[in-house]
Design a protein around this ligand. Sequence first.
Ligand code: 5HY
Length: 237
Amino acid sequence: MNNREIRILVVNPNTTASMTEKIRASAESVRGAGTRIAAVNPSEGPPSIEGHFDEAMCLPGLLREVQAGEAAGYDGFVVACFDDTGIGACREIATGPVVGICEAAMHAASMISTSFSVVTTLPRSVPIIERLAVEYGMERRLRRVRAADIPVLALEEEGGGARERVRDEVALAIEQDGCEAVILGCAGMADLTAWLSEETGVPVIDGVVAGVKMIEALVGAGFKTSKIGAYAAPIPK
Ligand code: 5HY
């Protein structure tokens, strides 16, 4: 029986500490007794990731955090940005498994339902997530990617109405898309999961939770990232 402690580093690739705290709380709420969680964000980079340019700009900080986590001996990593940005690069520098919250959430949804919709923040993120679904082989399970049309950081403002816009879009997804589960398409929505599941009676999946449990499972099974091909260590330059 492998009951060694599992250490997981959750990296919020944007620089908004309040979102990192929210992510930490979500991860802590489901961690197993033998799991230790650390949640970090880079000190430099975009305060929110809203599109391709921000995705690129967050990479140096993300990779620095993962490199530091690898040096500190973390067993696995969760990249807590729904764009799953930089996953391949993180897998090259990590020994243990690395999951992005989009991939983790889509796989979780595919095992508890036959179809799901995603509710994210801005319309510009919709095609990015649709492309990820194709990349992950989930296009047949995906009913629709919807946007609540709110900036990512609106989720950090109390009373600004962002929560309600997310709730309304989740309700539309259930009403109109024929989906059996809904995925929250932004790490900043992690604190809405229980409330929305309660309100709708439908499984609402937060990628942070799915990612942490997936890493626990992979590490617990003794799996590490394969180093014989695409995720081999970077070639020294
Ligand atoms: C995220 N952006 O999870 C993504 C998702 C989004 O700063 N954290 C961000 O809403 O585009």
